[in-house]
Write a protein of this length. Sequence first.
Length: 216
Amino acid sequence: MTPQFSPHGLTVGFDLDMTLIDSRPGIKATYEALSAETGAYIDADEAVTRLGPPLDEELAYWFPQERIPEMADRYREIYPTHAIAATPAMPGAREAIEAVQALGGKAIVVTAKHEPNAKLHLEHLGIVPDMVIGWLWAEAKAGALREHGAQVYVGDHVGDVRGARTAGAVSVAVPTGPCPEPELLAAGADVVLPDLTALPAWLTRYAATREICPQS
């Protein structure tokens, strides 16, 4: 594929859940709190195996359709109390963002997560991207990636791969979420790295050559 280059230099987009942060403990705690509050059965262990798609899709497993908007609002309200402190960074996350910035580029986070909560996670963990854009999933991420001239998008889900390819960006995938490497490659990922600790070296080669280098 031929990447689209920004006239302003290197811009790299990142997914959030299971790419930059291991959100499973916090999301599990939030679902458990929502279940206790509402009396509805929610298998929180099962829910965290499906991270990536929008919240409404997961809530549909546990609530009737007419209650989903109400439950989504309540989940987002209680999320900071239960999820922020419980959620660690993924290995190499901070270094990956800083590697982009050290090359004179912009690091942007484009996520399906509620944007205020996404920002709380990053602030709590001391991860400082140049911009955070929320409420976008899969192909819908392409608009933000194009708007900001992103040449690369890094994510853990096949939805992230589709978003990158729709935007004409290089899809760099990490199998740290629900999608294993073969699934990411089958979806069209250009590069699969073992985790974000391998990104700075790959990115240095890419920035120098603008060629899609093989994985580390």
